[in-house]
Ligand binder design. Structure first.
Ligand code: CMP
Length: 149
């Protein structure tokens, strides 16, 4: 299995309900490596680029309005098979249906305010990461425990 990079956004409800630390801890304790990290207010043009695949869908305007409504934490995570592993930790899209134990299952009761976004494929990750991080903002370093992962 190759090492993959993936993008995670802690959405405004996750930040404003003070869940940043616990969410990041779930990724770290699993063994994922945080290689990029920032907190930002997402501007409309960035939101539209990030969610371009949803343009025209009934929920698109609410989605753009919501993601630009408050602070977001953006993270680039790296690890073997990290895209699928992160999606498992995140849980299914609708927080009201997501399994307990997953991030959405534990912190969200909604499909719109679903606490977190994670890239759903290699193609999405390659598209989404550069929207939030320049090459120089992604760090290349080794963890001392990598041989156990
Ligand atoms: P996210 O993973 O950020 O990707 C697109 C977002 O659109 C999704 O999480 C949901 O918050 C939101 N959304 C709202 N309605 C729907 C829907 N019917 N299907 C998929 N996503 C939806």
């Amino acid at each position: 299995m190759p090492k993959e990079k993936t993008l995670v956004l802690i959405k405004p409800d996750g930040v404003l309900k003070r869940h940043i630390g616990e969410i990041m801890n779930r990724f770290e304790r699993k063994g994922l490596k945080i290689i990029g990290l920032k907190m930002l207010n997402v501007k409309i043009d960035i939101a539209e680029r990030h969610y371009s695949e949803h343009k025209g869908k009934p929920f698109y305007n609410d989605l753009i309005e919501y993601i630009t409504s408050g602070p977001v934490v953006a993270m680039a995570l790296e690890g073997i098979d990290s895209i699928a592993i992160v999606r498992k930790l995140v849980g299914s899209t609708d927080g009201s249906k997501a399994e307990p134990g997953t991030i959405r299952g534990d912190f969200s009761m909604s499909i719109n305010l679903n606490t977190i976004h994670a890239s759903d494929s290699q193609k999405s990750a390659e598209y989404e990461i550069p929207i939030f991080f320049s090459n120089g903002e992604l760090l290349d370093f080794k963890m001392p425990d990598e041989k156990y992962m």
